[in-house]
Design a protein. Structure first.
Length: 91
């Protein structure tokens, strides 16, 4: 069973998080670009957010629907959730 956030799978591989169901038309990819230390904990600082098409017939560069950069994982996941929901509802 995969971990979920707001009913969609959330998977991490190194510094990259994938949010959404790969069988749907779009997924979100969040890449942690920089980290910062706070006391004894390492926190995500700059995070790149991209909404990607899952259409494998498209070239990799053509799959990017939207992109931005946010400070912190919370802000990145918030915008990824909003954008992904909008993209999936505009089928």
């Amino acid at each position: 069973m995969l971990p979920t956030f707001k009913g969609k799978p959330l998977v991490r591989s190194g510094n990259v998080l994938y949010y959404g169901d790969p069988s749907e038309k779009y997924i979100a990819m969040m890449q942690v670009l920089t980290n910062k230390s706070f006391e004894d904990v390492t926190l995500s600082d700059r995070v790149s957010v991209q909404i990607l098409s899952t259409d494998e017939t498209l070239h990799t560069s053509q799959r990017v629907v939207k992109r931005t950069e946010k400070t912190g994982l919370y802000q990145a996941l918030t915008i990824a959730t909003i954008w992904l929901d909008r993209a999936l509802n505009n089928k």
